[in-house]
Design a protein around this ligand. Structure first.
Ligand code: M6P
Ligand code: ZN
Length: 279
């Protein structure tokens, strides 16, 4: 029996197409549902298949969604022992990126985003001073991130460089927004490329840590630790980061509570102090 096929685009994913083929399988009277996701721009390919008994519908846009849907069906007793699934993960071409240790720039240039003072004015302890700088000097660049773009899929390893410009806001050193991983059980590795920085870490249950970083420092961010980097020098602080694709960024918790510690610059030297507004 030749299956009926339908084709549709994936919202928010330009160029992606999903072809769905369904037919009644002669096996066990089950509904055979095959979903193919063809990621055209990168020549990527997923294939997911599932044998369902009785009524069932499975429509997935990623291998992760597929597993979640299959688990739900399994737990709800909608899938019998005829259940079978095969997933072919994304195959992408190997690539190399040249990294400029002073600027953090990637060649070839891939993704870049910038964060300015207006993106994070409320994160500095002295909000009045942040507002004064915005009104006078303008919207200062605080840091920029050079990224590679990879599918958000288990096994992929995103990596990027971050360049934090030197400077202070009300005496507090320029810093990144900072985040927990949405999946708290995922860690990360930072490698210092140039300048002088500090890595602030904390856990939800009260631990805090500060690690100084220079060119050549490899810092480990263990699972469950929120992390923020700070420029404590007079030059740009540039570092390289590597994490697991599905870790995700949870900014909301830090936006709400802040970090336990602040890094101030006093007579050109960093001082780590308690954040009076924490929590
Ligand atoms: C590091 C990594 C990135 C992060 C970047 C900027 O390079 O941890 O994942 O995006 O720093 O930090 P933030 O996302 O907290 O602004
Ligand atoms: Zn992270």
């Amino acid at each position: 029996m030749s299956p009926e096929t339908t084709s549709r685009s994936v919202s928010g994913r330009p160029g992606w197409r999903v072809d769905t083929a369904t037919s009644w399988s002669p096996l066990h009277g089950s509904l055979f549902c095959a979903t193919y996701l063809d990621l055209l721009p990168c020549s990527l390919f997923y294939q997911t298949t599932l044998l369902l008994q009785g009524e069932g519908l499975l429509f997935c846009v990623s291998a992760t969604d597929f597993i979640a849907a299959a688990e739900r069906l399994w737990l709800n007793g909608n899938v019998s022992s005829t259940f079978g699934a095969s997933i072919i993960m994304t195959l992408i071409q190997p690539f190399v990126t040249e990294v400029n240790f002073e600027s953090g720039a990637f060649t070839p240039r891939r993704g870049v985003y910038q964060r300015r003072l207006s993106d994070m004015a409320g994160m500095y302890a002295d909000r009045d001073e942040a507002a004064r700088i915005l009104a006078g000097e303008g919207d200062r660049l605080i840091y920029e991130v050079h990224t590679v773009e990879l599918p958000v899929e288990e096994g992929q390893i995103p990596h990027c460089t971050t360049r934090i410009l030197p400077g202070t806001i009300g005496g507090e050193c320029h810093m990144t927004k900072g985040h927990y991983h949405a999946r708290r059980e995922q860690g990360e590795v930072y490698f210092g490329l140039s300048g002088r920085g500090m890595l602030l870490l904390q856990t939800a249950d009260g631990n805090a840590s500060e690690l100084e970083m220079v060119a050549g420092s490899a810092a480990y961010v263990p699972p469950f630790w929120a992390h923020r980097t700070v420029n404590i020098g007079a030059e740009d602080f540039v570092f390289f980061s590597i994490w697991e694709a599905r870790a995700g960024h949870d900014y909301g918790t830090i936006e709400r509570d802040g970090f336990r510690k602040l890094v101030m610059l006093r007579d050109g030297e960093p001082a780590v102090v308690d954040n009076p507004k924490y929590g």
